[in-house]
Each structure stands twice: as C-alpha cells, then as structure tokens.
Design a protein around this ligand. Structure first.
Ligand SMILES: [Zn+2]
Length: 317
C-alpha cells in the first residue's frame, strides 16, 4: 500500500475537489488528512484547517482518506473533542501544531485522551523560539505590525534597532513585553523526551524544522530549513529514534526533504536503520520526496515500509 502520510486540504493548491486527482496521479492508495487548529492564530501560526472540512472529504472518499484531528490543547474541552471525533471515525491526533510546550498540563490532558483511544499523535516541531502569547489588539495596524515582526525577515533584526523603534512606537513596546521565549517553540527535544517516557503506548510521529535540523549535531547552529552540507555527527533526531520505540517521524515538507537531501550517503544509512520508523509524506509540498527516496536505492523492502507499510501498521494497534 502506498500512503502519503501527511496531507491537508485548503492548503497549497490542494482542496477537497482535487485531492483524489493528486492521489491518483501519484498512485497513492490513500492519505492521512490532517487538521491544524489554533485558538490564537494571531500568534503567528498558520491559518486553521478545520476538522469539518477533513471529515466531509473523508465521508466523500472513505477508501482514500484517513481523517485525523488535533484539537488545540489550550481549549478546555480539547480531550472531549478528540474523543467525540474518534467515535465518528477519526484515526489520529494530527497535526498538533500549537504553541504548547510538552511540559504543560493542557497537553497532558489531550495526550491522556489520545492514549485512551490508542491514537497516534503527529507532532509539529518548529524552529522559531519567539512567540506572542495571549496578545489581543483591536487595531488592524497593530495586528499587521505584530505579524510583520514575526516574519523571518525581521527575526535577525539587531536588538538595538528594535529597542529604538519601540521607544517611539507603543505597540512594538508591548510586543517586546509580551513575547515569550519557550525553551522550544511548540515542542523541543527535552519536552519530547518527557512525553515519550510518560506515554510509552502512544506512537508519536515527529515532523517539522526543529526535528529535522537535529538529524545532525550542527542543528543547534544550522537553523535554516534548507540544510546543506555533509553530516559529520548524527544529532538527537537519530538517537531519539533509536532509543524510544514509540517515536516515529515523517519525512514531509521542506524540512524533511532538505534534511535527507544534504548528504545522500548519510541518508541511505539513516533510512535503512530507521526504515521501520519513518513515514513518507509531503505536507502538500511537491518537492520530489519520493524521487529522493528512489534515488537512494534503499531496496524494495525498506521502500515498501517507508511508502506505506509503516503508516498502515501504526494505525493497526
Ligand atoms: Zn502539515
């Protein structure tokens, strides 16, 4: 079975109308279709992708769509929402992409619910350490400015300049006060270790820039998604996959692609060692993830696992 194990609708040119064309074109039997839910989207997160849309698409194509839903853990009723959608056929908690650190109680309640119904959890791990927490503003200009400040273009702006501007522009002064720096935005490796140990029965599937740049020890410095250069020493992404039986990862999005494209000899070893723990997926990015895997000549057994068997088995618990 061939499965794209990380997809969305209403994102990057894929909608409920053309998703089956996409699956047919690439001969994928089905895909994992995921939501994104963020109750504070102004925090710089991407637009929410709703469970209603995912579910509607699933009802239309039940053979081709595996519906998944990750409620925002900051909603008090997130566990109940997950359980309710599970009883309607949702198969996984995915993708979890909010500014909640793994050590926070709210995530725990949601994970308790996922554990209860034996659902896998797809975790987005992100680079950006700075986020705005609970910012509320009525002025469009303020919101625009806050959004602008969170774009990568401004990230490297020297503190001195930010201080200077904030003296004359009040919203920026507020922004400075309100921004919080998590030890890792969304989920860092220290928090990942905690949840992996606390929930040994949940299958966690990591994904995203923070996870993939740590394929190498230069991941601390190499914060760019478009990673380049040979890997001299493996990073925590490798040791975590080796140590924790309940950790998996999907290779989707630019982060997964570039991590595997930077050093083909390393990738061949990495994909062979973890061929039972990695999932093919695209996250709607037509970058040639499958072509990259093919070019590495991994052997038919490993390829079958990566391209679908692993995803299939994760859901059969
Ligand atoms: Zn995604």
């Amino acid at each position: 079975m061939r499965i794209d194990a990380h997809m969305h609708i209403n994102f990057r040119n894929i909608s409920s109308r053309n998703i089956i064309d996409y699956l047919d074109k690439h001969k994928y039997d089905c895909c994992w279709l995921m939501t994104r839910e963020d109750i504070h989207p102004e925090n710089g997160n991407l637009e929410s992708l709703s469970i209603e849309n995912v579910y509607e698409t699933y009802l239309r194509y039940p053979e081709r769509i595996v519906p998944m839903y990750a409620p925002d853990p900051r909603c008090d009723d997130a566990p109940e929402k997950l359980l309710a959608w599970c009883s309607r056929g949702v198969k996984g908690c995915a993708e979890l992409k909010t500014t909640v650190n793994g050590r926070l109680g709210k995530l725990k309640k949601l994970l308790d619910a996922a554990h209860h119904v034996k659902m896998p959890v797809v975790l987005h791990m992100e680079n950006r350490p700075e986020v705005l927490e609970g910012t509320r503003s009525d002025s469009t200009l303020d919101i625009m400015l806050l959004k602008l400040m969170q774009t990568s273009r401004f990230k490297g702006l020297p503190k001195k300049i930010i201080n200077l501007i904030s003296e004359v522009y009040e919203p920026l002064a507020q922004w400075k006060k309100r921004r919080t720096v998590f030890p890792g935005y969304k989920l860092d490796f220290a928090s990942l270790r905690i949840v992996l140990k606390e929930y040994p029965m949940i299958k966690f599937i990591a994904h995203g820039p923070l996870f993939w740049r740590h394929i190498s020890t230069d991941g601390e410095k190499n914060t760019c998604i478009r990673q380049e250069g040979t890997i001299k020493k493996e990073g925590p992404a490798c040791s975590f996959l080796r140590h924790y039986p309940n950790l998996y990862a999907d290779i989707s999005a630019p982060s997964g692609f570039y991590a595997l494209n930077r050093d083909h000899a390393f990738s061949r070893r990495f994909l062979s060692e973890f061929s039972h723990k990695l999932l093919f997926g695209t996250d709607n990015y037509p970058m040639g993830h499958e072509d990259l895997l093919k070019s590495l000549r991994l052997g038919p057994k490993a390829m079958r696992r990566l391209m679908g068997t692993n995803a299939q088995q994760i859901l059969m618990q």
